[in-house]
Design a protein around this ligand. Structure first.
Ligand code: ATP
Ligand code: MG
Length: 247
């Protein structure tokens, strides 16, 4: 049977990011090449300093590469104007970090509403989206809690809800389970995987926990010295796209 190739959500072509420190060059990204399928749940691993965070920043338009192309659904993020890049960050990508970065004086729901306000979404639409998003992460019963009244795992779920509140096509998570215990980390990965399944979101997660990766992700790619040096296919994205149940 001929299987249809999934479309490419992200393509990196010889991406470089060099920092000048004193009179030495630091090559945070040094010829990174990668293709990510639409809807894929991809894990990025690698030792500290291998360029993982820099990579997510460049894909998410928070940082610009020194050279190379960062194609997201065919558009080169690197060559966007400042205005285009702002629009791109607003509509196409969501970020989750190791620290949850929720505003402490706002409730979970208000944190989401604020994110929507900053996108120019108000009124009923804002309430509806915030509500949907908080329900999506299973925290409707905690919507009126402030961060200090939530567990670490719950706070990270709110951060995920905030990242998807604008229904981005790409979710970038930088060590999202880094501050969570094992059971909670497991739950968070389940959530991210479900989101990548049902929202057709492409999810890139940086992590040090390869056991979790093996259980949840479609593919593992390993970075070393600013480039990709290894990949392992774990689940079949093509299968998933066809709806087969492979755990
Ligand atoms: N602003 C900066 N100025 C200079 N060097 C930087 C800067 N940001 C990162 N680097 C260097 O670039 C390299 C890659 O950094 P990066 O943060 O991407 O690594 P990482 O893989 O995310 O590491 P970790 O697992 O510790 O988070 C490191 O050697 C780092 O010291
Ligand atoms: Mg990092």
């Amino acid at each position: 049977m001929v299987r249809e190739m999934p479309s490419i959500a992200i393509e990196l072509q010889d991406v470089r990011r060099t920092y000048r420190v004193g009179n030495a060059d630091v090559h945070a990204l040094h010829g990174a090449e990668l293709q990510v399928a639409s809807g894929e749940f991809l894990a990025i691993v690698g030792v500290s300093g291998s360029g993982k965070s820099t990579l997510l920043h460049v894909i998410g338009g928070l940082d610009s590469p020194s050279a190379g192309r960062v194609l997201v659904r065919g558009d080169d993020v690197a060559s966007m104007s400042a205005q285009q890049k702002t629009e791109y960050r607003r509509t196409m990508v969501g970020f989750v970090f190791q620290s949850f970065f929720l505003l402490p004086h706002l409730t979970a729901e208000e944190n989401l509403q604020l994110a929507l306000t900053m996108q120019g979404i108000y009124g009923l639409e804002r309430s509806k989206r915030a509500r949907n998003s908080i329900e999506r992460v299973g925290l409707a019963h905690r919507a009126r809690h402030k961060p200090s009244q939530l567990s670490g795992g719950e706070q990270q779920r709110v951060a995920v809800a905030r990242a998807i509140v604008n229904r981005p096509r790409i979710l970038l998570a930088d060590e999202p389970t880094g501050n969570l215990d094992q059971a909670t980390a497991h739950e968070l990965m389940t959530l991210l995987r479900d989101i990548s399944n049902d929202a057709e979101m492409t999810v890139l997660v940086v992590t040090h926990d390869e056991a979790l990766v093996r259980q949840f992700c479609d593919r593992l790619v390993r970075m070393r010295d600013g480039k990709f040096v290894e990949q392992q296919l774990l689940h079949d994205v093509w299968h998933r796209a066809g709806g087969a149940n492979n755990g």
